[in-house]
Design a protein around this ligand. Structure first.
Ligand code: KIV
Length: 287
């Protein structure tokens, strides 16, 4: 028999109202009220069910799916159709959380109309509420074009994994004063272009604090310290589903991969020893 689900610790009173769907306006309101925004990635239906039941405000179908679920070495190879497949699955698992779809590499950089068509598909076919795209000044025209077709946009600056080849690796960004200044400018330009929030990835905590102070829109940090208006993590990382040790900015709240490997090893041993299936897992003929 399946284990009875344990009750989840009650939701903190400082979370957004859990009876209402989260919208981009909710996130703005949370910033104004000083309520921290919680965001996690999900790539499939069961994970969407879990993160929503646990009370997360926003769910990102990140292009990190390329690495976490599809086995690619970077986010670059994942296609719009592959992303759409995952967005639809996550959508079926959500009823309250805001659903954000990541625009994959080369779906938005080359042509603003192509970008608007791709982003619009995430809303029209995938049921997403917003999209996220990486980059600074160069993507401001894209943000404006997406707003013309009523697609809310999350910016993403600092370490932008789609630019890993140009950046020379997954490194902290904005440590030098001129780089910090540029990232602050990018944040302001994205806000000016109409972004509803901006993800800050792998930047020093004091820079993220300054950006969060200067912007009216929420900042969502990943490896950007505690002063952002919200936090996002890759769910596989924080649940301990990924191989290898976590990077510095990831906190592991569980070690599910180890549990899964042990469970599969136990199953293999019991089948080989003839201990599974036992009588309780077998059917008998009517007497
Ligand atoms: O793809 C992703 O998971 C992301 C987060 C790291 C913000 O973009």
């Amino acid at each position: 028999m399946a284990d009875k689900p344990k009750a989840v610790k009650s939701a903190p009173t400082y979370a957004a109202d859990r009876t209402k769907p989260v919208t981009v306006a909710t996130l703005l309101d949370m910033k104004r009220k000083g309520l921290k925004i919680t965001m996690l990635t999900a790539y499939d239906y069961p994970t969407a069910r879990i993160v929503e039941e646990a009370g997360v405000d926003a769910v990102l179908v990140g292009d990190s799916v390329a690495m976490t679920k599809l086995g690619y070495e970077s986010t670059l190879p994942v296609t719009l159709d592959e992303m759409m497949h995952h967005v639809k699955a996550v959508k079926r698992g959500l009823s309250r959380a805001l659903l954000v779809a990541d625009m994959p590499y080369l779906s938005y950089e080359l042509d603003v109309r192509e970008a608007a068509r791709a982003a619009g598909r995430f809303l029209k076919e995938g049921g997403a509420h917003a999209v996220k795209l990486e980059g600074g000044l160069e993507v401001a025209p894209v943000v404006k074009e997406l707003l013309k077709v009523n697609v809310p946009v999350f910016g993403h600056i600092g370490l932008t994994p789609q630019a890993v080849n140009r950046l020379g690796g997954y490194k902290v960004q904005g440590r030098k004063p001129q780089d910090a200044e540029r990232i602050l400018t990018e944040a302001r330009v994205l806000e000016g272009a109409g972004c509803c929030a901006v993800v800050l990835e792998c930047v020093p905590a004091d820079l993220a604090k300054e950006i969060s102070r200067r912007l009216q829109i929420p900042t969502i940090g990943i490896g950007a310290g505690p002063h952002c208006d919200g936090q996002v993590l890759v769910s596989d990382d924080m649940l301990g589903l990924t191989e290898g040790g976590p990077t510095k900015f990831v906190k592991r709240y569980a070690s599910l991969r180890g549990l899964a490997v042990q469970a599969v090893a136990d199953y293999c041993r019991e089948v080989r020893d003839g201990d599974f299936p036992g009588p309780e897992h077998s059917f008998s003929s009517p007497a």
